[in-house]
Design a protein around this ligand. Structure first.
Ligand SMILES: [Zn+2]
Length: 232
C-alpha cells in the first residue's frame, strides 16, 4: 500500500535534490557587476573626443564607441584601490612613454579584483584609453595582478569568462584578445591609429589566461586574431 506513496516520495526527494543542485550550481556562477565609476568630467570628455579625433580621425559629439572587441589586461598594480586611484583622474599624471600622444588618462570600462568581484568603472560604451589603435571599438577588462608576484586567480578567470559572455550576448563582439596581441591588428580595418611611433610593449594578461578564457567562451565563435607575419 505504501509502495506507491514511497515512489511519489522518492520522486519528490529526487526533484528537491535536482532543484537544490541546480540552485547551488547557479549560485556558484552567479555574478553581479558593481558600479564604481571613475571621474568622467567635462575635461575627460574633451580629452576623449580629442583622442578620437587625433588618433583615429573620428569626429564625434559624444565619446562613445561601438563595441566590436574585448581586450583583457592585468594591472601590474597590486591592489584594486591603487589601480582605481591610478585610473580615476581625468588627466594622465606621469607616463613619459605615452604622455606625448595624449594627456587623457588611461582606464578601462571594467576591473576584476583578485577575489573575482567585477567593477564597472565607466559606462560600457564610453571610450577608455587602454589599447593603442583600437580604443574606438574595444571594451577593456583589467585584472588586478601580474605575471610573477600576483598571478591571476581562479575566481578572476571565472569572472572574466562570465563578463565576456555577458558582453558578447549584449554587443556584436567579433574579437576577444589579450593586450599582448593588439599589434597584430596593425593593417586590419579596425586599426585606426595614425601615429606610427606610438606603440608600447605588452605581455598582459598572459597566453595561458587567454587560452582558458577563449576555451570557455568558444560558443561565441570569435574571429581568430590576425597573423602578424601576413601584414609585415
Ligand atoms: Zn594592458
Amino acid at each position: 500500500m505504501n509502495s506507491r506513496l514511497s515512489i511519489v516520495g522518492n520522486s519528490i526527494s529526487k526533484g528537491i535534490l535536482i532543484l537544490s543542485s541546480f540552485i547551488l550550481l547557479s549560485c556558484s556562477v552567479q555574478k553581479e557587476i558593481i558600479d564604481r565609476p571613475i571621474i568622467f568630467d567635462e575635461n575627460r570628455k574633451i580629452l576623449t573626443l580629442e583622442y578620437l579625433s587625433e588618433h583615429y580621425g573620428l569626429q564625434q559629439d559624444e565619446p562613445i564607441i561601438v563595441p566590436k572587441m574585448i581586450v583583457l589586461h592585468w594591472t601590474v598594480i597590486p591592489t584594486f584601490e591603487k589601480s582605481f586611484n591610478t585610473f580615476n583622474p581625468s588627466v594622465l599624471p606621469s607616463r613619459p612613454d605615452i604622455k606625448a600622444a595624449s594627456s587623457l588618462n588611461v582606464s578601462t570600462q571594467f576591473m576584476v579584483d583578485r577575489d573575482g568581484v567585477i567593477y564597472r568603472l565607466l559606462p560600457e560604451t564610453i571610450m577608455a584609453r587602454h589599447v593603442i589603435g583600437l580604443n574606438h571599438c574595444a571594451i577593456g577588462i583589467e585584472n588586478v595582478g601580474d605575471s610573477d608576484n600576483l598571478p591571476l586567480t581562479k575566481v578572476q578567470l571565472e569572472s572574466n569568462i562570465w563578463l565576456v559572455n555577458y558582453l558578447a550576448d549584449k554587443y556584436e563582439i567579433n574579437y576577444l584578445i589579450g593586450h599582448y596581441e593588439y599589434t597584430n591588428f596593425e593593417g586590419h580595418e579596425l586599426w585606426l591609429e595614425k601615429d606610427e611611433g606610438y606603440r608600447t610593449e605588452k605581455d598582459d594578461p598572459g597566453a595561458d589566461f587567454m587560452q582558458k578564457v577563449r576555451k570557455a567562451t568558444q560558443k561565441h565563435n570569435f574571429k581568430p586574431v590576425p597573423q602578424k607575419s601576413k601584414q609585415m
